[in-house]
Write a protein that binds this ligand. Structure first.
Ligand code: NAP
Length: 308
């Protein structure tokens, strides 16, 4: 039985593993997507100590650090279920295999929110994508739409504008919630057109996307012709596994945690985008901070239990 199982291979999970490893706890870190949401960041300019680093490179550094310890077991597998067992927890994978741990750190991150427009799912992968920074490269010389007004959308529009012919940044309000850094980056691009106070009501196309339909006319038409639609309208915390254990969810659908990152279930801690910590500010720095606190809390929890 591991002292701790960390579920999630993102910034929060890897940081937690560095801490639990240094506390000499036998640590399992497991998840499906190596690097989590971090690998989707094209340029990271706010990770202290690195003026500019690509998300995949940063996450590779996190993984290398966490797996440099002999007492860390790293697994890439889909966790199907979590259960209480013998005063600890049992983890069941998609292939039916299991692992047991005395404590858990849930660092399962979040999934991109879908728009809910007609034909959105039909065109998923055929012009509709949920990661502008990952997929913009495939739209070289084409016209694309980016939906949303947060960091993901505005950063996505800036990156897409480097390769696309034209980028329509479609946002439901007339101001952006994104970091001013990215708003300024977009302003520098002369191939980005702002389509503000508009919602996309339909994705248009036949075999592939050919455009979007708006709720209000823009430049005399309620449709915009594009080859790609990047939907960047936020994320939904991935709480399903923790909910199997009965962990409490807050009003914003995140796992409710205290300052020690403890959930409502003794022995279960949470960190990163899935948690209600750090004022819901989803950053590499906050994920790492929460991961370190969760690692420390597991250590003190096991000490209090007298089991390490
Ligand atoms: P977000 O901050 O939640 O922003 C979502 C955007 O989508 C908002 O502008 C919102 O509009 C809009 N929206 C939400 N639901 C919508 C709907 N049904 N129809 C149309 N528009 C809708 O999400 P995010 O940009 O993905 O960022 C998530 C977190 O990751 C944030 O904490 C962010 O700081 C972080 N992040 C950081 C970086 C970075 O540091 N480089 C990069 C990406 C993401 P309103 O503004 O009107 O609410």
């Amino acid at each position: 039985m591991f002292d701790v199982a960390i579920i999630g291979l993102g910034a929060a999970g890897y940081t937690a593993a560095v801490y639990t490893a240094r506390y000499k706890l036998s640590t399992l870190i497991v998840g499906e997507d190596e690097g989590g949401m971090g690998v989707t960041a094209a340029e990271v300019g706010n990770w202290p100590g690195e003026i500019d680093i690509k998300g995949p490179d940063l996450m590779d550094n996190f993984k290398k650090h966490a797996t440099s310890f002999e007492n860390v077991t790293h697994k890439q597998a889909r966790v199907e279920s979590l259960k209480q067992k013998d005063g600890g927890f049992s983890i069941t994978y998609q292939n039916g295999e299991t692992d047991d741990a005395k404590t858990l750190i849930i660092a399962t991150g979040s999934n991109k929110r879908h728009l809910g427009a007609p034909d959105e799912e039909k065109f998923s992968g055929k012009g509709v994508t949920y990661c502008a920074t990952c997929d913009a490269f495939f739209y070289k010389g084409k016209d694309v739409a980016v939906l949303g007004g947060g960091d993901s959308a505005v950063e996505g529009a800036a990156i897409a504008a480097q390769v696309a012919n034209k980028v329509y940044l479609i946002h439901r309000r007339n101001e952006f919630r994104a970091e001013p850094f990215w708003v300024d980056e977009v302003k520098k691009k002369d191939n980005v057109e702002y389509v503000l106070e508009r919602n996309v009501t339909e994705i248009l196309g036949d075999e592939r996307v050919t455009g979007v339909k708006l709720d209000k006319e823009f430049n005399g038409s309620d449709t915009i012709n594009v080859d790609g639609v990047f939907i960047e309208i936020g994320s939904i915390p991935s709480t399903a596994l923790a909910e199997q254990l009965g962990c409490e969810i807050d009003e914003r659908k995140h796992l409710k945690v205290g300052a020690d990152m403890a959930t409502s279930v003794p022995g279960v801690f949470a960190a990163g985008d899935v948690s209600s910590g750090s004022n819901y500010f989803a950053q590499f720095a906050t994920a790492a901070g929460e991961g370190s606190i969760a690692g420390n809390s597991v250590f003190t929890f096991l000490q209090a239990e007298g089991s390490n």
